[in-house]
Design a protein around this ligand. Structure first.
Ligand code: PBG
Length: 318
């Protein structure tokens, strides 16, 4: 008789036949960079969203590098917002400082920077707006400029999360045009208009002040459309693709794995992590084990890399 339990008898045997691994090097930790000095706060204690002033990124970079974490992803929370797409360099000043800290402390640690306008505009949309319309091509120009600034400051990967059409091609052209041929693009290819971004918007001060993001982020209902998003971004020159939220899109992650050989990222977003945390705090589940189980599932579905608020605590766990 076939007895599948034979290979589950001891920890050593189970370990021998483990098909999917999750190690710190598969994980990337997000941070929110705020203006000012000596700021280090978790927006809600235990929920993993850290706002840090630039100088604190140095010790974080050293710590992640020592723990073998795969990389660090930076989101900017600017001092002031504006809606004309001008004055980007001033708005990004805290990020410029953070990037300098990280690159001098841990030059080898892969450094990712988010490219989007939602945190930089008063209306909180991911692009420029006229009336209530989120403008595509005008926004793409600003996103390309932002990418060039990040590249010139030493970021290894720019990560457009805005979901405007054609931005990967425009960003690639702008980077190349400025000599940043070695800066990579991780494109948010499949990004759903999701209810799971709540804690992030709180940390980034980026909630839309009117309407929602449904005219640019994808509907969760559409599998074929997700494939078109993927293939478009590959065609435009993305070096890696990202799917998010992770847990509610494991099927699309698997589709993506089969549709292309481009490296795949999955983002376990703020609301996914918060859901696990809240259930853990309520005594309903074992938080750490649940986190591990989700990371295994996301890797098994086809993600090479997982962006997750669990990266740092996971790597440092006892
Ligand atoms: C910016 C952006 C968002 C996230 C990553 N980049 C939020 C949004 O689209 O409103 C969400 C990540 C998270 O929830 O952890 N556009």
């Amino acid at each position: 008789m076939m007895r599948l339990r034979r290979l589950r008898q001891t920890a050593a045997v189970r370990s021998l036949f483990t098909e999917t691994s999750v190690t710190p090097r598969h994980l990337v930790q997000p941070y929110f960079v705020v203006p000012g000095r000596d700021i280090k706060r978790e927006t809600r204690p235990g929920y993993g969203l850290w706002q840090l002033s630039a100088e604190h990124l140095r010790e974080e970079a050293l710590l992640l590098a020592r723990a073998g974490v795969g990389g660090m992803m930076l989101f900017g929370v600017p001092e002031s917002k504006r809606d004309d797409g001008q004055g980007l360099a001033a708005q990004l000043e805290p990020l410029r400082q953070a990037i300098a800290e990280v690159k001098s402390a841990a030059p080898e640690l892969p450094l990712f920077a988010d490219v989007c306008l939602c945190a930089y505009t008063t209306h909180g949309h991911c692009g420029l707006v006229r009336g209530h319309e989120v403008l595509n091509d005008e926004s793409v120009k600003v996103l390309a400029e932002m990418s060039v600034l990040f590249a010139s400051w030493g970021v290894d990967f720019v990560c457009p999360s805005d979901m405007m059409d054609g931005r990967v091609r425009a960003i690639r052209a702008a980077l190349d045009g400025h000599g940043h041929t070695n800066t990579s693009i991780v494109s948010y290819a499949i990004k759903m208009a999701s209810a799971f971004y709540g804690p992030f918007r709180e940390a980034a001060h980026s909630a839309p002040s009117f309407g929602d993001r449904k005219s640019y982020q994808m509907p969760a209902h559409n599998r074929r459309e997700a494939r078109r998003e993927l293939l478009a971004d590959v065609d435009e020159g993305a070096d890696a693709l990202l799917v998010k939220p992770a847990l509610s899109n494991l099927d699309l992650l698997r589709d993506a794995r089969e549709a292309t050989d481009v490296p795949l990222f999955a983002y376990q977003v703020s609301g996914e992590y918060a859901t696990l945390r809240a259930a853990g705090d309520a005594g309903l589940i074992d938080f750490e084990r649940a986190v591990e189980e989700t990371l295994v599932s996301i890797r098994r579905a086809g993600a090479d890399v997982v962006v997750t608020y669990a990266a740092r605590p996971w790597a440092l766990r006892g």
